[in-house]
Design a binder for this molecule. Structure first.
Ligand code: GDP
Ligand code: MG
Length: 163
């Protein structure tokens, strides 16, 4: 079947905005409210003839094990286990958080291929890398703006290269 690309990360980093960009529709609900996406949402995307499935997930909150939060975490873990490639979305505006580091640990244990997507880099300056996020321990770190579509072409390239 088609390869599966999961979009994971904590709440509000822009996962659903990125998902919408991939599928080219306003399907996922984007809002300031964290954890709005409780279930996994699937969409089809393609780049230069390569088709793949993208999965949007709710925000992972490590350590949350009750009620709605545990359901969100469960959905994210399911998405990780079924995926061929993970887009680990972080937020350049807030910078790295302890939650990001915990999610990184979860992803390392999954042994899946990971691209760190540094979102909300609205003013991209070539040569200015989001250095702090390299310390999460993944080789591929790419700054983008999901909202403004900046560098999304490069992200597509990288995805297809890894699938
Ligand atoms: P999610 O919780 O990770 O799914 O995040 P959302 O996609 O719902 O986005 C959370 C907030 O970040 C919304 O207010 C978006 O408009 C905003 N956002 C998403 N992408 C960008 C971006 O590239 N730049 C900026 N400045 N804001 C963004
Ligand atoms: Mg969302």
């Amino acid at each position: 079947g088609r390869p599966i690309v999961a979009i994971v990360g904590r709440a509000n980093v822009g996962k659903s905005t990125l998902f919408n960009r991939f599928i080219g529709r306003r399907q996922a609900i984007v809002e300031g409210t964290p954890n709005l996406t409780r279930d996994r949402i699937y969409g089809n995307s393609s780049w230069q003839g390569r088709d793949f499935v993208v999965v949007d997930t709710g925000g992972i909150e490590p350590g949350s094990d009750k009620g709605i939060k545990s359901k969100v975490l469960f959905q994210a873990k399911q998405a990780i286990s079924e995926s061929d490639l993970i887009l680990f979305v972080v937020d350049d505006r807030t910078g790295m958080t302890p939650q990001d580091e915990e999610i990184a640990e979860l992803l390392r244990r999954s042994k899946k291929e990971v691209i760190v997507v540094v979102n909300k880099v609205d003013q991209f300056v070539k040569g200015e890398e989001p250095w702090e996020f390299f310390s999460l321990g993944f080789e591929d770190v790419l700054p983008i703006s999901a909202e403004h579509g900046k560098n999304v072409g490069d992200l597509y390239e990288k995805i297809v290269e890894k699938l």
